[in-house]
Design a protein around this ligand. Structure first.
Ligand code: TMP
Length: 212
């Protein structure tokens, strides 16, 4: 049976690293074969493209350039890592995927959604995530966490208004597709975040096992 594909999304400082740790624990406890990966990135070439996208630089990065780089990295990631794993029945957990493009390049940068739809259908096709967990925190709390980091990338340094659009964008995507996109309240204690994630994973697992 084809593996399941879960993406993890959220704004800067939403606690994805901790959430990944909880997801790993749950998958290990349930003996589910999986790979963890991330976007932009996930393969050597896609990681090089990630550096191009995220490195702070003096030259203004054109919005279309950013959009195409994100999808170039995704094409490589899908072909070399995600599809082969899913075909083997391995689950794929990706720290960010297509929803980030709709939210960052679409909502926050004001990109053309019809163009995003075309790129999504060309590059991603049917390889959309079966489920997506969005870690939701206020922009203020997210920024408090980000400023404590030693290295801030080009997108971390965007304005508060940009990050507010990112948060709104993820909430809108969850509202538009509640079957697939689940919100986790990441402003709560770590224990509460762990419980929310385990609950979502258990429900998905039950649905999917029932699907067989
Ligand atoms: P992160 O892995 O620390 O979250 O950093 C990845 C950054 O890349 C984050 O700011 C969101 C951004 N990004 C996009 O702008 N578009 C995309 O499609 C993806 C996957 C990420």
């Amino acid at each position: 049976m084809r593996g399941k594909f879960i993406s993890l999304e959220g704004g800067e400082g939403s606690g994805k690293t901790t959430a990944i740790h909880f997801i790993r624990q749950w998958l290990d406890d349930h003996n589910i074969p999986y790979i963890m990966t991330r976007e932009p990135g996930g393969t050597p070439l896609a990681e090089e493209i990630r550096q191009l996208i995220l490195s702070p630089r003096e030259e203004v990065v054109n919005d279309t350039t950013e959009l195409l780089l994100v999808f170039a990295a995704r094409a490589q990631h899908l072909a070399e890592k995600i599809q082969p794993a899913l075909d083997k029945g391995t689950w794929v957990i990706s720290d960010r995927f297509l929803d980030s493009s709709y939210v960052y390049q679409g909502k926050a940068r004001g990109g053309d959604i019809a163009m995003l739809d075309q790129l999504a259908s060309w590059v991603v096709g049917d390889n959309k995530p079966n489920a997506t967990l969005v870690l939701d925190v206020s922009v203020e709390l997210g920024q408090e966490r980000v400023v404590q980091r030693q290295h801030q990338d080009r997108l971390d340094k965007e304005s508060l208004a940009f990050h507010q659009k990112v948060r709104d964008g993820f909430l809108e995507r969850a509202k538009a597709d509640p079957e697939r996109v689940k919100i986790v309240d990441a402003s709560q204690s770590l224990e509460s975040v762990k419980i929310q994630i385990e609950k979502e994973l258990s429900q998905l697992h039950k649905t999917w096992v029932g699907d067989c």
